[in-house]
Write a protein that binds this ligand. Structure first.
Ligand code: 3PG
Length: 211
């Protein structure tokens, strides 16, 4: 198992971000770090994602920058070329897993159903994104998944609809290794350069995590 999963577990929350201007990546990472959160998942939903990852990695080598919304093997290759520390997908595809494994990229596939979980476990994964969490029963569903999957050592990163108010309840579940979401650094705040507000939201999450 990759050490980066333990690093993410230690941080506890993964801000999911969408970056339009690659130059926003570094001030965004600085704001998150100042608020006590040294990771973010830069989603491949914009053309700027790979360049933003590259710049953050060069400027802040201790910041753990991941790549998200990886949906094709080509996305995986781009994420690795940019220097991403880990990759995240909204879903599970065996060829994506294979592409990540082939280049040694720690990879967190997305799942919802028991069958998807079994497929991901079969492909060697134990750290899974539970997405979109809120629409599929959130904490209640995660509780139901605990019993059948605990002996497989599966743990989840619920993402999608999680907010500051529900962060602590999600993290209280023993088989949740981190929580993901856009509430800390929304697209509007990043585009608007509101890095002070992002730092405050990160600090608020940090305070919850440390409580
Ligand atoms: C993701 O890609 O992980 C989601 O867009 C995050 O969902 P959220 O905006 O509800 O946090």
């Amino acid at each position: 198992m990759s050490a980066v999963f333990e690093t993410i577990r230690g941080i506890g929350v993964v801000p999911v971000v969408e970056i339009e201007n690659p130059d926003d990546g570094v001030p965004l990472a600085r704001a998150l770090r100042a608020g006590g959160i040294s990771t973010m998942e830069v989603t491949f939903r914009t053309a700027a994602a790979a360049d933003a990852i590259r710049l953050v990695k060069a400027e802040l080598p201790d910041f753990v920058v991941g790549a998200g919304t990886l949906v094709t093997p080509a996305d995986v290759a781009q994420a690795v070329a940019a220097g991403a520390a880990y990759g995240v997908s909204p879903g599970f595809r065996a060829d994506l897993s294979a592409a990540a494994a082939a280049v040694g990229l720690p990879f967190i596939p997305g799942v919802i159903t028991p069958s998807e979980i079994l497929a991901a476990v079969d492909a060697g994964h134990r750290h899974l994104k539970f997405f979109p969490a809120a629409h599929y029963g959130g904490i209640d569903t995660l509780r139901s998944l605990a019993a059948p999957f605990s002996r497989l050592s599966v743990s989840f990163m619920p993402t999608g609809g999680v907010r500051a108010a529900t962060l602590a309840d999600h993290l209280a579940l023993p088989h949740v290794f981190a929580v993901g979401g856009t509430w800390i650094a929304s697209r509007a705040d990043v585009v608007g350069g509101r890095f002070g507000e992002i730092e405050l939201a990160a600090r608020e999450a940090r305070t919850t995590l440390d409580a």
